[in-house]
Design a protein around this ligand. Structure first.
Ligand code: GLA
Length: 767
């Protein structure tokens, strides 16, 4: 307790000391923010300059202002600026100072969040991939090598931006130290070093940290304002009061919705509840930042990935179902929030008109009638015994090609350790299969008859992990070795294919169409009018696209995103050039520009595992004494969490349905168990050992879908009779605090209402 008090008083003293100078324009005192001596409530909208085409920066800022936003909150993405150690880029799309100046011109203030770690569903949480070259370096820690790199970046940022603080005539009000560090570690020395670096770089404004309410203890640091993420209502006050009694109260991330993941349903959240939550904050003097106000697009290769339930990369669209959608379109949420802000904050001052929508065009069907081989992209070829990772060859993003020779006929299992993250395998020029890290795939059967055989493996970096301890484990390509039946294949040619620039120029496009292997495809077309459009790639497989040399990002027909956003200013009246790289080719060669995006269609996943064989003929004996939970579910999609009365030791868990909302056949999308630390456990080693009944015709309906981490699939019984049950083997005996369950998002009958959970430390008996 004493310790906490000491920390509290230290926070007070230091926050006070860095802002108490009478002359400071922006101050924190008496539980409020003050700007030019007047109390101010910050209504911030998070926007990310690399995710918005530069030509639209002002457009989006105007739309923020028109909703009632007074401050823009912006992460700075280290890997977007320091491309190689000491080599910085602050031009064009990376001209952050210009973005901040435009905000000021539009009468908006700015909160800068330079990390260096930012999370943000951004590759490696913003860290440059060259950090991975230094073996054993520990990020987000006191590792001196790491801190030296942070310091170089922060210093350079200071040179670029410190003249733009509010004290120096610019719009920057505050700067954030790290990002939700409390969810990762609790090293105050590390946080203190970052705090000092930011100050030393010339940012003469108050600093802040932000954390989920349970992590504020570990995430705050002396001299820096603690703020809370994700809290709503009275919880905001309670959380902040523990560390900074009396406020100011600032929710640095308020989530109006959430991001998407490849292969799972589009995130959608109705506006009503978020609008009420915003209204509560506004009425109660709480400052807030809407994460995201406008998400935008992960152009190029900038998306990240999560690993809590297996590898889960984020798609190109970062629409986020935010108030302002991916192309600057106002969703109903935008107007609902605007109404709240108008009513409570701008009573006597009408908000600016919402700018008219930007022009949208359709592009009639185009045929990509020319192809160029992948080998046209080969530049540097590096020889090695074992395959090299992308970082070994100093590559950041994109793809990497590996080639070796198999001298003698062989039949067996080809294993790649580890595939990071998606590999296409070719034998003597023919594609024989692919491996997908999302499904923990690492091997395929191979039969080599024509020798010497050429084995090629093209690996895509699908996005570096941006959250949790797996950020330490972020090398890409093949990270160890390749074997056939355990025997290692040695002697490789490694060819980096970063494809930073559009694959044109020295590429040899011809009308000899290349089919069924990775290749480039191109078309040139004319437009008499430009405008935003949405390239429909739903019939294509997996790859990337460029318009007039600019990357539109990656596509993948597993969805939920099926179109790529083409910003109008990147098109030209007259001739335009579209290039598509296919890593997985379906043979489609036509595309259209649609007048609206498709962001919510989960497609067929060619890599999802085959249906496992299971003997359901023996019935389990489910004993009442093993029941640990009896509850009812809501019908809606979204996690529903249940805590057991006491933690339960189990190896076998049975879920038994008791009733459904209608007379359909019982179905459920996903089941997680919550470990002792309150977090869902990974399900890598789980096995479904029994299902009373399961859909057989539809691959989506079998019982394994209940624990496959894929919210697009579900278990469905083949009979509507109750009860139905599924038994899962957790692989080892574990202590479990509770479970969480997800209903299918699809409109189907049979959604489960009442259910029971049985648990046994060992196995259930079968009749
Ligand atoms: C956290 C992080 C953000 C972002 C959101 C989810 O709160 O601070 O960077 O990753 O989660 O969108």
């Amino acid at each position: 307790m004493k310790q906490i008090l000491l920390v509290l008083s230290l926070i007070g003293i230091l926050i006070g000391s860095c802002t108490s100078k009478e002359e400071a324009r922006f101050q924190i005192k008496e539980g409020h923010f003050y700007l030019d001596k007047k109390p101010v409530q910050l209504i911030c909208g998070e926007m990310h300059y690399p995710r918005i085409p530069k030509e639209y920066w002002r457009d989006r800022l105007k739309r923020a202002k028109a909703m009632g936003i007074n401050t823009i909150s912006a992460y700075v993405f280290w890997n977007f600026h320091e491309l190689q150690p000491g080599e910085f880029d602050f031009e064009g799309q990376a001209d952050l100072a210009e973005f901040i100046r435009l905000a000021q011109e539009e009468e908006l203030y700015v909160i800068l969040r330079p990390g260096p770690y930012v999370c943000a569903e951004w590759d490696f949480g913003g860290y440059p991939s060259w950090l991975l070259r230094e073996k054993g370096m520990v990020y987000r820690s006191n590792d001196e090598r790491f801190l030296a790199a942070c310091e170089r970046y922060i210093k350079r940022l200071g040179e670029e931006l410190s003249s733009l603080t509010v004290e120096n005539g610019g719009p920057i009000l505050m700067v954030q130290v790290e990002n939700e560090y409390g969810s990762y570690g609790d090293d105050k020395v590390y946080l203190g070093r970052l705090r000092d670096m930011i100050k030393d770089a010339g940012f003469n404004v108050p600093l802040m940290t932000c954390d989920g309410s349970g992590q504020m203890e570990a995430g705050h640091v002396a001299g820096v304002l603690p703020t809370v993420n994700g809290a709503v209502g009275e919880d905001i006050i309670k959380s902040v009061d523990k560390f900074n009694p009396g406020g100011p109260y600032f929710v640095a991330e308020f989530y109006p919705a959430w991001f998407d993941v490849w292969g799972t349903p589009h995130s959608y959240r109705d506006y009503k509840r978020p609008a009420e939550q915003l209204e509560w904050m506004v009425k109660n003097g709480v400052s807030v930042s809407i994460y995201m106000f406008h998400g935008g697009t992960n152009f190029s290769y900038t998306n990240g990935a999560n690993t809590a339930y297996g590898y889960a990369p984020q798609p190109t669209s970062y629409d986020y179902d935010a108030p302002l959608g991916e192309y600057g379109n106002a969703y109903p949420k935008y107007y609902a929030f605007r109404e709240v802000l108008q009513k409570h904050l701008y009573k006597d001052k009408p908000l600016p008109e919402v700018p008219a929508e930007n022009t949208i065009i359709e592009i009639p069907e185009l045929t990509l009638s020319e192809s160029a081989p992948l080998a046209d992209a080969f530049n540097e070829r590096i020889n090695s015994e074992r395959p090299l990772s992308m970082e070994d060859v100093n590559q950041d993003f994109g793809y990497i090609h590996y080639q070796t020779v198999i001298p003698k006929p062989v039949k067996g299992t080809l294993t790649i350790k580890n595939v990071r993250d998606y590999a296409v395998i070719l034998l003597n020029g023919k594609q024989i299969g692919s491996l997908d890290r999302r499904h923990r795939q690492s091997s395929i059967e191979i039969d080599v008859t024509e020798v010497p055989a050429k084995l090629e493996i093209v690996v895509e970096n699908v996005g570096r992990v941006n959250y949790g301890s797996d950020i330490l484990n972020n090398r890409k390509g093949i990270t160890e070795k390749v074997t056939i039946d355990g025997k290692e294949l040695k002697g490789w040619k490694n060819t980096p294919l970063p494809l930073h620039k559009a694959p044109v120029g020295s590429y040899h496009y011809s009308s000899d169409l290349i089919k069924g292997v990775p290749a480039f495809h191109r078309t040139v077309f004319n437009l008499d009018k430009t405008g935003d459009t949405f390239l429909d790639l739903s019939k294509w497989g997996k790859g990337a696209a460029w318009i007039n040399g600019r990357s539109l990002g990656k596509f993948w027909n597993i969805g939920p995103q099926q179109t790529l956003y083409v910003p109008g200013p990147w098109l030209k009246e007259g001739q335009n050039e579209l290039v598509i790289f296919t890593l997985e080719d379906t043979g489609a060669r036509t595309v259209k520009g649609l007048n609206a995006p498709i962001l919510d269609q989960v497609g067929v996943d060619i890599n999802s595992d085959e249906r496992p064989k299971r003997d359901n003929s023996k019935k389990p004996i489910l004993d009442k004494g093993d029941i640990v939970l009896t509850k009812s579910l809501e019908k809606e999609f979204g996690w529903q969490e249940f805590t057991f009365e006491n933690a339960v030791t189990m190896r076998h868990l049975a879920l038994e349905t008791v009733s459904a909302f209608d007379d359909g056949m019982p179905c459920l999308s996903e089941l997680d168990v919550i470990g002792e630390d309150g977090k869902p456990l990974t399900k890598d080693t789980w096995k479904v050992v029994y299902a009373s009944s399961e859909e057989e015709a539809d691959k989506k309906g079998y019982a394994d879908c209940l624990v496959d981490g894929n919210l697009g699939t579900y278990w469905k019984a083949r009979s509507a009779s109750q009860p139905q049950s599924v038994i899962v083997d957790l692989g080892e005996i574990m202590t479990i605090k509770g479970i969480r369950i997800m209903q299918p998002y699809q409109k189907i009958t049979g959604k489960v209402n009442e259910f029971r959970i049985y648990a046994r430390p060992q196995f259930f008996l079968f009749k």
